[in-house]
Design a protein around this ligand. Structure first.
Ligand SMILES: Cc1cc2nc3c(=O)[nH]c(=O)nc-3n(C[C@H](O)[C@H](O)[C@H](O)COP(=O)(O)OP(=O)(O)OC[C@H]3O[C@@H](n4cnc5c(N)ncnc54)[C@H](O)[C@@H]3O)c2cc1C
Length: 423
């Protein structure tokens, strides 16, 4: 990199809070609500125009099954998608949802819970004092503004705040550091009559399944509504890098038009392109190095932890980082994610929740799905409240107290089958 500049500016303090949550995806929204339910003043700062993270911004539209439908995630499903959760239902579910409905639901939910949400507010830097964060600097519609708080939870998906503050991190797989590829999600709608195909200039023609970027047809037919949710583009690169993202956005859109053209020639002759996500979806970028790093072995051996904060049975699911047309999918029995994966050693008042927790490339491929990120966020919000009440650092949050409040907030941890059977 060329020599840079030293940038100094007096930044007005915009607001103060007990807890500041950075990023309003699954982890961030759950963290904000759970801290607010503990009676804390909470502000959530989100760089885009909407809450929901990849679940809305990238049009993900499916909640992958995790085995334990609990806590804030269960509440969300029972309020927004009640048909998937009849009373007493305790099985794994994989509901499809409208990202527009989720966006609206989260706006209303956070408002009802008393969380102050600042949209179009992008974290850009930290003001540190020894081993604590005093304030964050953000870029807003009114220019740079500072927000002060006692506790900070980084839910940016990229560990943006933790990395800015100097927390060590890793990125991608061992060896070459490559991350899972990105995907621009889109929907098609049945018009009931043959549509006129239009392949814009510069877009490839795909003739065979093998020509498709994923080497497979991956979509969900959405019932009677006659719409098709398509997850078939695939662009190599790391979504936390400027050059990769600048290359990925136009390339992913070219792929979308090529895939639409292919589907319109192979079974979906009456379907028109209806909606393309606002941004290309990013599966994997940075993982902090926390007090504990979740590994492939933890997942394959089904490890359980005293400081469990999330449980999942979701498979290892690695879209090939090389951009080749393969996906490493390995079923698992289920494991716990420990609290320590969210705790960076360097700061007493900073947690990282969501997909950027301390985990290896293989482990994050399983824990990254939305329900798990909601669970991690919920625990992070409670931990922030406890850290204030006990005047302790995140490292020293008492786990029994954390578990007790999680239980009050309806988060239940299942006993593994072997333990239940007394083995
Ligand atoms: C293409 C694709 C398909 C997927 N399919 C599924 C699926 O079928 N089912 C499933 O359950 N999961 C799926 N996932 C995974 C899942 O959507 C994500 O892993 C999950 O949303 C991560 O949640 P998070 O809260 O950690 O981060 P994110 O969802 O990434 O949210 C991070 C939020 O932080 C904001 N942010 C980032 N930087 C800043 C900043 N500097 N300042 C302020 N705000 C910031 C972002 O705008 C965003 O709102 C998919 C992901 C992708 C990309």
């Amino acid at each position: 990199m060329q020599a840079g500049y030293r940038f100094e500016q007096e930044v007005p303090l915009y607001a103060e809070s007990d807890v500041i949550v950075l990023g309003g995806g699954p982890a961030g929204t759950a963290a904000a609500v759970s801290a607010a339910r503990c009676g804390k003043k909470v502000m959530l700062l989100e760089k885009s125009a909407q809450l929901g993270g990849m679940g809305t911004l990238a049009n993900v539209s499916v909640f992958m099954p995790v085995g334990n439908v609990t806590g804030f995630y269960r509440e969300l499903i029972s309020e927004m998608l009640a048909a998937y959760l009849p009373p007493g239902h305790d099985e794994s579910i994989a509901p499809q949802y409208s990202p527009f409905l989720l966006r609206h639901y989260l706006n209303e939910k956070l408002h009802k819970e008393g969380v102050a949400v600042c949209l179009h507010t992008e974290f850009i830097g930290t003001i540190k004092d020894g081993d604590s964060i005093q304030a964050v600097i953000t870029s807003t519609r009114e220019g740079l503004r500072a927000f002060r708080a006692k506790q900070f939870i980084d839910c940016t998906g990229d560990a943006r705040a933790a990395i800015e503050a100097g927390v060590p991190y890793t990125s991608g797989r061992d060896g070459d550091g490559m991350t899972q590829p990105m995907t621009l999600m889109f929907t098609m709608q049945d018009t009931g009559k043959p549509v006129l195909r239009q392949l814009p200039e510069g877009c490839e023609i795909y003739n065979e399944v093998e020509d498709l970027p994923q080497g497979r047809r991956l979509y969900w037919e959405q019932g009677a509504e006659g719409s098709l949710l398509v997850n078939m583009s695939r662009v190599k690169g790391n979504g936390a890098r400027i050059d990769d993202m600048n290359r990925a956005e136009p390339e992913a859109l070219r792929q979308v038009f090529s895939i639409v053209d292919y589907l319109q020639r192979s079974g979906y002759e009456t379907y028109a392109l209806a909606h393309v996500a606002a941004q290309t979806g990013v599966r994997e970028t940075n993982q902090i190095v926390g007090l504990y790093t979740l590994t492939e072995e933890d997942i394959l051996k089904g490890h359980r932890f005293e400081d469990v904060v999330a449980q999942t049975t979701y498979e290892i699911d690695i879209h090939n980082p090389d951009g080749r047309r393969t996906t490493d999918i390995r079923r698992i029995d289920g494991y716990d994610v420990p609290y320590r994966c969210m705790v960076p050693e360097q700061y007493g008042n900073l947690l990282v929740a969501g997909r950027a927790i301390s985990a290896t490339h293989v482990a994050m491929s399983s824990m990254r799905v939305q329900a798990t990120c909601y669970a991690l966020g919920q625990a992070a919000g409670i931990a922030a409240s406890l850290a204030i009440e006990k005047s302790c650092s995140f490292r020293d949050v008492p786990i029994p107290a954390l578990h007790a409040i999680l239980a009050e907030q309806q988060a239940v941890f299942k006993k593994p089958a072997a333990e239940q059977a007394g083995r």
